[in-house]
Design a protein around this ligand. Structure first.
Ligand code: G3P
Length: 227
């Protein structure tokens, strides 16, 4: 299980977030996780899962996507059991950059549950978050696509999206923690998100493209300790 509050670092497919660079980012996450005693997870490209799990066995590692198929004749599809066997504890699903129709998303969540993988499902709006809550994922992350990668934090630029997202999900299932993401680069942005009721944040460019990755992770993680 993942504890909250949580920082999830998504390496996406950035050149600075692949292969050996993913290992370096994982190292920073693992160091700060231990130093501050807070929950930090990393979402990496599937080929990077195993080597990161081998090096940092206590760092929760997520895939960035899982396909909704069972094991068998499914060449090239990423099945939940393979992700689990590589050592990941869960996966992102329905990221803005990898959207799924609701029925496909439902199937993927169910496949992950059967394989013992946690699901962190992204939603672009509070209404989508409400629909997704009905599928009972383990966490929902609200991310307005227009702010992704801009450095303009959702928690300050669109606080109503975070607040309404939290309310929408709670109305359906108050056990599902809601995270937020898009444009979050500083500890201040994380504090603002937590004050709006988010139970954590999903961050990519603020860490992956940072000059000093360790300092960036530390800055983002400190507010998790304060609540
Ligand atoms: O998955 C996190 C992401 O979409 C947010 O990206 O670069 O705005 O932190 P970024």
């Amino acid at each position: 299980m993942l504890r909250t509050p949580i920082l999830i670092v998504n390496c996406k497919a950035y050149p600075q977030g692949i292969g050996i660079h993913a290992v370096e980012i994982a190292s920073a996450c693992d160091k700060v996780r231990q130093e501050l005693g807070v929950e930090i997870a990393i979402a990496v490209q599937a080929p990077d899962i195993y080597r990161i799990v081998e090096k940092f066995p206590k760092l929760p590692v997520l895939a960035q996507h899982v396909d909704p198929y069972p094991m068998g004749s499914y060449t090239g599809w990423l099945v939940a059991e393979a992700v689990k066997a590589a050592g990941a504890i869960g996966t992102l699903l329905n990221h803005s950059e990898h959207r799924l129709p609701l029925d496909t998303l439902d199937a993927a969540i169910q496949r992950c549950r059967k394989a013992g993988l946690l699901t962190v499902v992204c939603a672009d709006t509070p209404d989508t978050a409400r629909d997704i809550a009905k599928l009972s994922p383990d966490m929902i992350a609200i991310e307005p696509p227009e702010l992704i990668g801009t450095g303009i934090p959702v928690s300050k630029a669109k606080p109503e999206v975070v607040k309404n997202g939290v309310t929408a999900v709670q109305q359906i299932n108050s056990n599902i923690p809601v995270l937020c993401g898009a444009g979050i680069t500083r500890g201040d942005d994380v504090s603002a998100a937590l004050q709006l009721g988010a139970r954590g944040v999903l961050v990519a460019s603020g860490v992956v493209k940072a000059k000093d990755v360790l300092a960036a992770v530390r800055d983002l993680a400190v507010p998790l300790k304060e609540i």
